[in-house]
Design a protein around this ligand. Structure first.
Ligand code: CA
Length: 451
């Protein structure tokens, strides 16, 4: 199929609103209806969970208000039918890969069935009620077996800000506006929100030194990103056309791709980052589906003076609605602030709509050489810095390479992260005429380096 043969269906699939998006819908779960929750009935994101501290098996769950619907219990209850029942059975496993592999028709059937069963007045309320578990009583795991993790670099503002620190005269490399830049990351060290991790140690080249030293990282940073989970994959050798690209995407979470800037600066040439990125990447538990994000599609374009995407990175649907209006924030809480009962300090506020390459372009580019994606693979969007100084999504940028420390409300300063610091990412979508939906939280705390 050529990309021009199906623009109408492509656009409609990516943007069509259906009864599940109706902002007037309410749920018989009261906390889903307060207008503040990340998880109204219009969202219905997926995670894997179990009761906290138990030895129960992890299984799929869907968020509604302050509750989780247990997919395994719902499958046993037998209240759903047909493809939706097959999908809820797949979602009962300890990872969501089987559900992801079923494809978008199954995801849509399950979403519609859940939406109908959770609505105020639903006949299934009595049968579904026993399948609810309070979110305050559960713990989460990484929602998929992530076979491969690819880290993109889709914010031109991040690329320019970082490039300026290293190459003041030539901040943006000439390939940036033509190629969605990425590298193969490490999936084994992707951890779930709430998990602590040790400050990495490694080789660095101190300023002015001619030989490296070895020790704890001194420039530990955040990267505020989104994690994009692949649903159905593609066969090796068979690229995914951009017109169908989003059919292969299951959903999106928050991602803090912690980075050791001093280790990175010494190791990254000529093959790119290595140990500076592979010690921990924290993701939020909830995967917000592409269908749930439909009300928040925005047009996508490169500035007219920039190179326009090559044909394999371009489609009518991508131009009409390839972008996503997702607001994102990062907050910092130091040990002293925690001790003094202070609220976390907002480091930045940004938006995914500023990205230079879309989800569909990442999929199309990744597979154009025939590379195969598998269900549960994850892409990082890259650090999602926006155009303004307060929308820079990493400390490296916020402090201009460490020159301007972040001032905290209790008089403390931060250039990079110190031991005991906690960073919380949040994401949400909000606009007139649609229900506000959110991503929950992505929380990580830095522990001291191993002695
Ligand atoms: Ca990254």
């Amino acid at each position: 199929m050529t990309k021009n043969s199906a623009p109408a269906t492509e656009i409609s699939r990516m943007t069509t609103l259906n009864e599940t998006h109706d902002p007037r819908l309410s749920s018989w779960v009261p906390t889903a209806n307060d207008g503040q929750t990340d998880f109204p009935i219009q969202n219905l994101p997926f995670a894997v969970f179990r009761r906290r501290g138990s030895t129960e098996p992890f299984r799929g769950g869907v968020a509604i208000g302050d509750q989780v619907i247990d997919m395994a219990a719902l499958a046993r209850a037998g209240v759903l039918e047909g493809l939706a029942q097959q999908a809820v059975q797949a979602a009962s496993a300890d990872k969501l890969n089987a559900l992801m592999a079923m494809g978008s028709a199954a995801w849509q059937a399950l979403r519609l069935a859940l939406s109908r069963a959770l609505r105020t007045g639903a006949a299934q309320q009595a049968a579904v009620q026993p399948c609810l578990v309070a979110q305050s009583d559960v713990e989460y795991d990484v929602p998929a077996r992530i076979g491969d993790y690819t880290d993109f670099y889709t914010s031109v503002h991040h690329a320019t800000n970082v490039g300026r620190l290293f190459r003041p005269d030539n901040p943006l490399l000439p390939n940036y506006k033509w190629v969605p830049i990425g590298y193969h990351g490490r999936s084994s060290s992707i951890v779930i929100s709430g998990q602590q991790f040790r400050r990495p140690v490694g080789q660095t080249l101190p300023p002015g030194a001619t030989q490296p030293s070895f020790g704890p990282c001194k420039r530990l940073d955040i990267e505020l990103e989104l994690g994009v989970f692949v649903g159905q994959g593609n066969a090796l050798g068979e690229p995914i056309d951009i017109a169908n690209a989003e059919q292969h995407v299951f959903g999106i979470c928050l991602l803090n791709d912690w980075s050791a800037r001093d280790i990175q600066a010494w190791e990254y040439q000529p093959l790119g980052p290595f140990l500076s990125k592979s010690f921990a990447s924290t993701i939020s538990p909830w995967l917000v589906t592409m269908e749930a994000l439909a009300p928040y599609r925005v047009p996508f374009s490169h500035p007219p003076e920039d190179p326009q995407p090559l044909p394999y990175l371009d489609s009518p649907g991508n131009r009409a609605a390839g972008g996503l209006d997702i607001q994102l924030s990062a907050d910092l809480l130091t040990p002293r602030m925690r001790q003094n009962g202070l609220a976390a300090h907002r480091l930045c506020l940004t938006n995914y709509r500023h990205a230079y390459w879309t989800v569909a372009q990442m999929v199309a580019h990744h597979t154009v050489n025939g590379c195969n994606l598998n269900p549960g693979d994850m892409f990082g969007s890259g650090t999602l810095s926006g155009p303004s100084a307060d929308s820079a999504a990493a400390l490296l940028e916020l402090t201009v390479g460490g020159k301007h420390p972040v001032q905290l409300p209790d008089g403390e300063q931060r250039v990079f992260l110190e031991d005991g610091d906690t960073v919380t990412l949040r994401g949400w979508c909000q606009r007139e005429g649609a229900a506000r939906i959110g991503f929950g939280e992505c929380v990580g705390t830095v522990l001291p380096a191993r002695a």
